[in-house]
Design a binder for this molecule. Structure first.
Ligand code: FAD
Length: 277
């Protein structure tokens, strides 16, 4: 089946993109890497969209240090995230997550901002952002604003971005010298979306644990985090299995996903403790 588009315009900068969106009478959709949007259009899940191509806006791409934070432009492609030396040094979770995302062709086009704005509950970057305590930077007709990652993911494919707002960047705290960040997931085949996955960050002896593909949005497993802070892995596994309610679908049952989450947590703890790096 072929996509049905209602029009196309290329934005030269953020102000132009917002202007095009304002003039689109509600039909405007930002086009970044196109790896989710175009796939949805090809399946006619979305029709008659006015595509506002933001992919050439240079200001929205690249990585820079900003004091004790790292700022990553929304249009930074997955492959760039995987290879960037600053990200490897200061937010290694994001670099390692790239290896789990789809295939090389998709990683060469897909953007971190597109993955966050798309908010697929099985995607890796939203869960990484949550575990890292990221801030989302957005720009809209009312100006710019920052959104805490904990308020960003609202439902399946739904975020706190207002109609017509552009996600311009994501910033994360730079890793502490002894900080450890790991991602674990199980997928049926390499490159498939995860059946279940998790991200674990240990910062100054405190833990942040996010789970993905286990509910409508990536979530922080706060009970498990407390148990990990107290040094009790088995209590953390038990807490984690209680605090998630994964769906059943054609790929796996909810109870299997719940079981997997516990297995993945034990693996992640072994890795951060250096038993299985
Ligand atoms: C076969 C296949 C397998 C995949 N496997 C995985 C996987 O295992 N893990 C994974 O995480 N992802 C996977 N993906 C998705 C991929 O990572 C996409 O690149 C990503 O989800 C969307 O990024 P994009 O830049 O292509 O966004 P687009 O497709 O261009 O846009 C997606 C949505 O976000 C909106 N949007 C994009 N950028 C912005 C912005 N800056 N501000 C506001 N709104 C914006 C668009 O309007 C659209 O609604 C897969 C995709 C395919 C086709």
């Amino acid at each position: 089946m072929k996509a049905s588009a209602g029009g196309y315009a290329r934005a030269v900068d953020v102000a132009h993109a917002l202007e095009l969106m304002a003039g689109s009478e509600g039909a405007g959709r930002f086009l970044a890497g196109g790896q989710s949007l175009v796939a949805a259009m090809n399946m006619r899940l979305s029709e008659g969209d006015m595509l506002i191509d933001i992919s050439r806006i240079a200001d929205l791409s690249g990585v820079r240090e900003d004091g004790d934070r790292l700022r990553i432009g929304a249009l930074t492609r997955h492959a760039q995230v995987g290879n960037d030396p600053m990200i490897r040094a200061h937010a290694p979770l994001l670099s390692t997550a790239v290896d789990y995302i789809a295939h090389a062709a998709i990683r060469n086009r897909g953007t971190i901002g597109g993955a966050l704005a798309h908010a697929d509950p099985a995607a890796e970057f939203p869960a990484c952002a949550l575990a890292l305590g990221a801030t989302m930077h957005a720009s809209g007709s009312a100006g710019t604003r920052d959104i805490s990652v904990e308020d960003f993911f609202e439902d399946v494919f739904t975020t706190a971005l207002e109609e017509g707002e552009i996600l311009t960047a994501i910033s994360v705290p730079k890793a502490e010298p002894d900080e450890v960040q790991v991602i674990e997931e199980v997928a049926r085949r390499s490159g498939d979306y995860a059946l279940t996955g998790l991200c674990l960050v240990r910062r100054k002896a405190r833990h942040r644990l996010s789970v993905f593909s286990a509910g409508p949005v990536p979530t922080l497993a706060r009970g498990a985090m407390q148990a990990l802070d107290a040094g009790d892995t088995e209590a953390a596994v038990e807490a984690l299995r209680k605090e998630i309610d994964p769906p059943s679908d054609t790929q796996a049952s909810g109870s299997y996903r719940r079981h997997l989450a516990g297995v993945l947590l034990r693996r992640a703890v072994a890795r951060i403790e250096g038993d299985n790096p």
